[in-house]
Design a protein around this ligand. Sequence first.
Ligand code: 13P
Ligand code: SF4
Length: 308
Amino acid sequence: MPRDLAAAIRELSRERRAVILAHYYQDDAIQDVADFIGDSLELSRKAASTDADVIVFCGVHFMAETAKILNPGKTVLLPDLEAGCSLADACPADGFAAFRAEHPEHIVVSYINCSAAVKAQSDLICTSSNAVDLVQQLPADQPILFAPDQNLGRWVQRQSGRELTLWPGSCIVHETFSEQALLQLQLEHPDAEVLAHPECQQHLLDLADYIGSTSKLLHRAATSPAQELIVLTEPGILHQMRKAAPTKTFFEVPGADGCSCNSCPYMRLNTLEKLWRCLRDLSPAIELDESIRQRALMPIQRMLEMSR
Ligand code: 13P
Ligand code: SF4
């Protein structure tokens, strides 16, 4: 294995005419070697517009799958194929089909954190950065099914004033934050602003000063007048927050048992070494059934058209 993995990755990436896309929850070293870092919506936009031959997705499976849905002719690599997502796992395609059948009048809005087979059964895909806006664009009398994140769904309900029928999924990372630890941090740092991702449970969102997708939280961290910020999302985001606001102090909130389970175990499966290997071997690559891909493409394209 090369001694300077980052340099070797950059060189291989050039040779392969590849683009390396990374989510904010990736390890710092992966973020530093990526060509583009973003939230789920920005990464989808980038995947939709790239002219690279190879897309290396440093994120989780549903993200790489979305890139493949948008780019059937390109090689889309995921450094570790086991990098899944508890939300996608909590919403199997057959169970989702039965849920839809119980609500035939409903339009189906699915959070991008789901499998291609669930996207293929959806009318519209959303991310945490556009969910409220997209739901508000739907006709007022249109009943809506929202899957698979019930915490995000409840937040969208409160923000949009729309009634949503929710699939009962949740993110194992955002469900883990300790309210007690947050209250203790607020006591010790009374001027700190609390930033939270909408995948968090409502009792934590009720304590937040600002709620948004990872990119929105990053922007708020840089522009907020607060000098101290308590961050209720996966701590991978702190790398870019510290770069964007080097004089500010950031606090992560531990899990309920004081554990470090606020780190996404799926995102963290990707490593620099696996990234280098997948560029060298052009594997593991995402493969998709073409009929599912075509059906999954429509609601993603609708999202990209409706996102302002
Ligand atoms: P965003 O980057 O869209 O906020 O999503 C967060 C997340 O949980 C990705 O899995
Ligand atoms: Fe899925 Fe949660 Fe990990 Fe995001 S943080 S990839 S929603 S398990």
